[in-house]
Design a protein around this ligand. Structure first.
Ligand code: NA7
Length: 490
């Protein structure tokens, strides 16, 4: 136990990448008065839930690793989902996290009583803490589409994050609704491995080609022997150039960088799709990177397999044995996969979080979720979010983001540990200024250049970090205490 003036108790919600990070960091400084509540039965969050064929992370594996726990054993430049899940399980093991995690425990509500957080689990248990950390993930609650007749389908139908592994797909006619990163990965993986595959696309997606690089035993040995090689993949000149180009492109839709990305994805489409009719079906009418960029080494190749049909004519309704399209085409199907994304504005919800003087987070977030620099909220003292609303999300490593946010949180928490203050929360004015600046900048990003996506709120404003990543690094480096209201300890 560190020799702090105050021995704080912490509650962390979620044992995915970010919750484990918080636990590991606390443990590292000798803290043991904390618990991680996890509603699932194992660690890994999104990598535990998404087990569909082809699941992989589109951030390079060496970047999608904790900065303090490189993994020379990644099998590929883009790691497959099961390997990432194993990585987090091994992290939980290595850093002794299991003793702190309570699995199968869903939190129902959290209430600030003026001094501490009172947390109630769905099964009726109660706990109290000085500090509450929400590490509940970004894309977590499946979005079930309102497609007429979906409930009448007699075959197997499920969301991509609830993959049914009991089915032998080889002799099945499978439909996949949705062509975000998930739908594209599923179709590429199932193509040629099922009897018939229909990919239902409401809006086409630009596809960024990416290398399908597998690491050989020699590569892994080299990474093992020289961690600088890993550092180079994470932040060497190539990584910096890639990140820099992408960043410049998203924050300015008129930048030469976006023009370059546009020409890459257009060339990918022209060079890869032979049939002109299919090529036009797959050609978006909005700019590259407006929707979250889909990376794929093989979707265009796989979608041209004779067993695959891309239907863009719009779903009229689902019937007992298939899907009827608006142009009258009927696709008889045995399985219907809903790769239809997530409720991206849920964050900690549906938990009830009640702050100072009974302020309800759900009401505060009625229009859209807000948080000061994505981490803290006025009237919710000692409450911190990892990968909360308006943080950088598009195609960056969420691990790097969470690590920087933890560094920031850690500095605020240290004010409590020192015993001078009992509560810390940003001021309303600080959040307002942040939101105003952010909204103005967000309207200029490529995400607002004319497409629908899960980045946009009801008014069409992107709920994202609209500035350079360097600025995020800078603000996470040191909290501006003048933007915080600090309650002196009694
Ligand atoms: P996304 O990127 O939100 O994609 C969802 C897809 O589902 C997208 O193609 C949608 O079409 C489609 N969709 C959603 N509702 C419907 C209905 N009602 N009818 C037809 N099609 C529909 O989710 P993903 O799971 O692919 O990816 C989520 C993130 O996971 C990804 O960005 C990475 O961060 C990892 P639309 O484009 O809206 O026309």
């Amino acid at each position: 136990m560190p020799a702090d003036a105050r021995n704080l108790r912490y509650i962390i919600i979620g044992a995915g990448m970010a919750g484990l990070l918080a636990g590991i960091r606390l443990r590292e400084r000798g803290e043991d008065n904390f618990v991680i509540y996890e509603k699932g039965d194992s660690v890994g969050g999104t990598w535990r839930e998404n087990t569909y064929p082809g699941v992989a992370c589109d951030t390079p594996a060496h970047s999608y690793s904790y900065s303090f726990a490189f993994n020379p054993e990644w099998s590929a430049f883009y790691a497959p989902g099961p390997e990432i899940r194993n990585y987090f399980e091994s992290m939980a093991e290595r850093y002794g996290m299991h003793q702190f995690i309570q699995f199968n425990t869903e939190i129902g509500s959290c209430r600030w009583d003026g001094e501490r957080w009172h947390v109630k689990t769905k099964d009726g248990r109660e706990d109290v803490a000085d500090v509450l950390v929400a590490a509940t993930g970004v894309l977590h609650h499946p979005n079930t589409p309102a497609i007429p007749g979906l409930e009448n389908f007699q075959g197997a139908s499920f969301h991509s994050a609830r993959w049914d592994h009991s089915i032998d797909y080889a002799d099945k006619r499978v439909g996949v609704v949705g062509n975000g990163s998930t739908g594209v990965q599923i179709v590429a993986a199932l193509s040629g491995n099922v009897q018939k595959l229909v990919h239902f696309q409401r809006s086409p997606q630009w596809i960024m080609p990416c290398p399908d690089t597998r690491y050989s035993d020699e590569d892994k040995a080299a990474f093992r022997d020289d961690p600088d090689r890993i550092e180079d993949v994470r932040s060497g000149p190539e990584a910096q150039a890639r990140r820099g180009r992408f960043l410049a492109a998203i924050i300015d839709a008129d930048s030469p960088e976006l023009a370059e990305i546009q020409s890459i994805v257009e060339k990918n489409l022209e060079d890869s799709i032979r049939d002109p009719e299919l090529r036009e079906k797959l050609r978006p009418d909005y700019r590259a990177a407006c929707k979250r960029m889909v990376f794929s080494p093989n979707y265009y190749e796989k979608v041209q397999d004779p067993s695959v049909y891309v239907d863009t004519s719009g779903i009229e309704r689902v019937e007992a044995n298939g899907v009827l399209m608006r142009d009258g085409t009927f696709h008889e199907l045995d399985v219907l996969v809903l790769a239809t994304g997530f409720k991206a504005d849920a964050f900690v919800r549906p938990m009830t979080i009640t702050g100072r003087d009974g302020v309800d987070l759900n009401q505060l977030w009625d229009v859209h979720p807000k948080a000061y620099y994505a981490v803290t909220i006025p009237d919710f003292p000692n409450f911190f979010m990892l990968n909360g609303p308006t943080g950088p999300v598009g195609n960056f490593s969420l691990i790097d983001i969470a690590e920087r946010q933890w560094n920031y949180i850690e500095q605020l928490v240290s004010l409590l540990r020192e015993g001078k203050y009992s509560a810390v929360a940003p001021t309303q004015a600080a959040l307002q200024t942040y939101e105003q600046k952010r909204t103005e900048a967000a309207k200029k990003t490529v995400f607002a250049s004319g497409c629908s996506s899960w980045y946009l709120d009801a008014d069409g404003v992107p709920q994202v970090w609209p500035w350079p990543y360097e600025y995020f690094m800078e603000v996470m480096d040191k909290p501006k205490l003048e933007d915080y209201s600090l309650t002196p300890a009694a």
